[in-house]
Design a protein around this ligand. Structure first.
Ligand code: IVH
Length: 673
């Protein structure tokens, strides 16, 4: 009898463990959440009935340890080393030269190239394939015992899978918090008036170092392994990439971006590729790591002080810096929104001198308690406008001044209004305000709108200031004579600009609609409108009610569109633009598009394109992109770290495409039309 129960318990645990692995490590669940819950409840019930058979590696035991008073010390069997850093290609070439000299070879070497995770290093000890202990890196020799906390991470296996399991093995890797989890956590903390974390690394470290493992469990941390420490028994490895393969087979999550290269130049290519992908990755990285792949060569290379000679961390330039806010100005946007901008003491952030940072809006200023003269941490990531991450309160000077929203527009002096329920304050000047007019023209000329190359901000400023143009339609009256007189514009550039203006006359209906700058009408709404109205005339006549049934159009959007086309000024500008020769080919009707009537839902992060881009591609083929999964969904596109949408899709038996399948699908649809 007892043996039978033991066997049932064992089978149940194995099954649950496998589903945990499929869900958390592979992001590919085989069963629905509901089915999983049933299995789990069954195990809990059986264990409640037979508590004497509960094992430490049972999936029910991830959370359950009681809070401790302090962390015990834990000595690593093999020290946890650090890595030497490189900040330039020269540093990388020097590394390559050093290792070649030391190995006395001039042959190309194979490297294992890995993203450098920005989390905290951890050492996991498995004895006879069972999770036994976890420790932080500490000083590299002695860390803190966080066994109960790390056990709550669903991506850390409690029992190793498959064969060749060593008697003892230390597995090393990085615990991290995904960008999404970090933002959600901070949002919650903010709402509860609690302290927010500065970045995902601090959040991960803070969550792991909780005396109550119950708190760690709630923080949704993840883990990627990148190597091993001490081991004894069975397994024999020849290379770093082989170690990672084996770790994967044993059930550990290994970063899918990892690859092997066959020269240092290829390593540099890997660096560039990952740098480009960085924004779209679900987690933070601060560089890449190159490791000589061959373990024999690693051994001959040995160590220098606390770092191995066989590995190098090639870091991205820092994205955060400390500086001082010298002043705060308010910039007027296209629709009159006043955006507070911090004028900073110029500072070099990752190779770019930054002297301005957006403060977003008044709510943000209040929430972060930002004042003029404060010492702040600023962040510049990719192409995004630099922003203030947080204030270093300890360094706040006495003269620090609170920031007040202006009551008059700084440009046209019209009254400023604050719409109830909105964070933004607005200039009420409309087209009287030259700042709003300039922004409208910049928007009209921008790449995704009419794409007038060479019509930069400085030129628009001059054209509006000197009253050479008032509206976007006046652009098409500009002559070479007028343009050549502008500052910063030589003869040749004036000619090029005129040609670009001429060229912009041939456009598409959706670009034109987007360029008009109708409030609430972004690129995808513009595209959708062209799929429902084949002519501008038809659209301008549409009533608010007739717009309402369109996808993603609510009362606000429909009113904005309708009102825009009713205004005399707008009618005049449009008429003049058309008279000047702006034209487009008649767009395809929705009924002619290959994905009409098909609804897609996107979840998780795609590595080769942003979600917006994926949405655009789908919409341009006539598909509807929805935010939630229902019976009406036809396809779910699942990137990495998919949310509950993926499990819902499984439940409803909806076709799921991973990134590769999605790209293939789009290619096929495009070629078949
Ligand atoms: S290898 C001797 N690989 O970087 C090898 N480390 O600066 C030491 N890290 O403490 C580690 N991603 O926390 C390695 N793919 C990766 C890594 C990585 C992040 C961290 C790790 C280590 C620190 C050293």
């Amino acid at each position: 009898m007892n043996n039978k129960i033991k066997k049932t318990l064992g089978e149940l645990r194995e099954k649950i463990q496998e589903h945990n692995y499929l869900y958390h490590v592979l992001d590919a669940p085989h069963i629905s959440d509901a089915e999983y819950d049933i299995l789990f409840k069954k195990l809990v019930a059986l264990e409640n009935q037979y508590p004497e058979y509960i094992t430490a590696d049972s999936p029910t035991q991830r959370i359950g340890a009681t809070p401790s008073k302090e962390f015990k010390e834990s000595k690593h069997r093999i020290p946890m080393l650090s890595l030497e850093n490189a900040f330039s290609e020269d540093d990388v070439f020097a590394f390559n030269k050093r290792i070649h000299e030391k190995l006395q070879t001039n042959k190309q070497l194979t490297f294992c190239c890995e993203p450098k995770m920005d989390g905290l290093a951890i050492n996991l000890l498995y004895i006879d394939g069972h999770y036994t202990q976890a420790a932080t890196r500490g000083d590299g020799i002695v860390g803190e015992d966080i066994t109960a906390n790390a056990k709550t991470l669903q991506t850390i296996p409690l029992k190793l899978k498959n064969k060749d399991i060593p008697k003892v093995i230390e597995v090393r890797g990085e615990i991290y918090m995904s960008k999404k989890t970090f933002h959600d956590l901070n949002k919650q903390a903010e709402q509860a008036g609690e302290k927010v974390f500065a970045n995902p690394r601090n959040a991960a470290a803070g969550s792991v170092r909780q005396l109550d493992p119950g708190i760690t469990a709630k923080r949704k941390l993840s883990f990627f392994c990148y190597g091993i420490g001490y081991y004894e028994g069975e397994a024999v490895f020849h290379s770093q990439s082989e170690i990672l393969q084996q770790l994967k087979r044993w059930g550990f999550p290994v970063n899918p971006e990892i690859t092997t290269t066959h020269s240092i130049e290829e390593c540099l290519q890997f660096f560039e590729t990952i740098k480009k992908k960085r924004e779209n990755l679900a987690y933070e990285i601060d560089g890449v790591v190159y490791k000589v792949d061959d373990l024999h060569l690693q051994k001959s290379l040995g160590f220098i002080s606390r770092a191995p000679r066989f590995a190098l961390a090639h870091k991205f330039p820092a994205q955060e810096q400390i500086t001082v806010i010298e002043e705060v100005d308010f910039q007027v946007g296209r629709t009159g929104t006043l955006t507070p901008v911090a004028r900073l003491k110029p500072v070099n952030v990752g190779g770019v001198i930054v002297s301005n940072a957006t403060l977003h809006n008044m709510d943000e200023i209040e929430r972060k308690d930002i004042r003029i003269h404060d010492v702040v941490i600023i962040r510049r990531a990719g192409d995004v406008i630099p922003e203030v991450v947080s204030v270093i309160k300890e360094e706040r000077p006495k003269e620090a001044k609170k920031i007040k929203a202006p009551i008059h527009c700084p440009v046209c002096h019209s009254d400023v209004t604050r719409v109830q329920g909105e964070a933004a304050v607005r200039c009420s000047g409309g087209l009287i305000c030259s700042a709003q007019r300039k922004e409208a023209i910049k928007h009209f000329a921008s790449r995704k709108a009419m794409d007038i190359d060479g019509l930069g901000d400085k030129i628009i400023d001059q054209l509006v200031n000197t009253k050479l143009i008032h509206t976007v339609a006046d652009l098409y009256d500009l002559t070479h004579e007028v343009l050549a007189k502008l500052e910063r514009l030589g003869d040749k550039s004036a000619q090029n600009l005129l040609e670009a203006i001429q060229k912009s006359k041939k456009t598409t209906f959706e670009r034109f609609l987007y360029a008009l700058g109708i409030r609430e009408v972004g690129e995808s709404t513009a595209l959708m409108l062209t799929q429902h109205f084949s002519s501008l005339e038809e659209l301008t006549k549409a009533s608010t009610e007739s717009l309402l049934p369109l996808p993603d159009v609510g009362p606000v959007v429909s009113t904005q569109i309708h009102t825009f086309f009713q205004q005399k000024h707008n009618k005049e500008v449009i008429e003049k633009l058309l008279k000047k020769g702006i034209h487009w080919e008649k767009p395809k009707k929705l009924s002619q598009l290959p994905l009409q009537n098909k609804t897609f839902v996107l979840t998780g992060t795609l590595s080769s394109l942003s979600r917006e881009k994926a949405t655009q591609v789908l919409q341009s083929l006539g598909a509807k992109v929805s935010g939630s999964v229902s019976q009406k969904t036809h396809y779910v596109i699942a990137g990495s770290e998919p949310g509950s949408k993926l499990s819902n899709a499984k439940k409803l038996n909806i076709k799921i495409l991973d990134e590769k399948q999605f790209l293939e699908f789009i290619k096929n649809v495009k070629t078949s039309t």
